[in-house]
Design a protein around this ligand. Structure first.
Ligand code: CMP
Length: 136
């Protein structure tokens, strides 16, 4: 039985600024993710606030939204079997200093804020996040 899923990935401003897009995309491709759609955009802070609404009560919410809207980002739909969980494994822990070797955040993350990538945390949120950026 096939278990093909899609998930949303964002290469965040700190990684785009350091020209890491292609290296990070290679890491996805090497783990058999197919990049179904991608676009490079810069979003308004109000859009970041909507995107990260689940975090609105958290103390880091304001900084997080300022940061995501501070520069260009690359948003992608990734597809493979078990894409949601496999992407989270490939990204590594939210805080790069806790991330395992071989993960994107271990390799490229600078701090818990500048952690280079975002990935959907559940199948349900993947659908919401994909719609957020790619609903035509
Ligand atoms: P991301 O996977 O994009 O989801 C929310 C982001 O909030 C997270 O990555 C981190 O970059 C950022 N963040 C900042 N502080 C924290 C914190 N204490 N716990 C979790 N996420 C945090």
């Amino acid at each position: 039985m096939s278990n093909i899923e899609q998930t949303l990935s964002i290469i965040k401003p700190d990684a785009v600024e350091r020209n890491l897009e292609n290296e990070i995309k290679e890491m996805f491709k090497n783990k058999n993710f197919k990049i179904v759609k991608e676009k490079k955009i810069q979003i308004e802070k109000s859009e970041a606030e909507n995107f990260y609404k689940v975090h609105e009560t958290k103390p880091f919410y304001n900084d997080l939204c300022s940061y995501l809207s501070s520069g260009p980002i690359l948003v992608m739909i990734l597809e493979k079997e078990n894409a949601v969980l496999d992407n989270r494994e490939l990204m590594g822990a939210t805080n790069p200093k806790d991330a395992n070797d071989g993960t994107i955040r271990k390799k490229y993350g600078i701090s818990i804020d500048k952690n280079s990538v975002h990935g959907s945390d559940s199948i349900e949120n993947a659908k919401i996040e994909i719609d957020f950026f790619f609903k035509d």
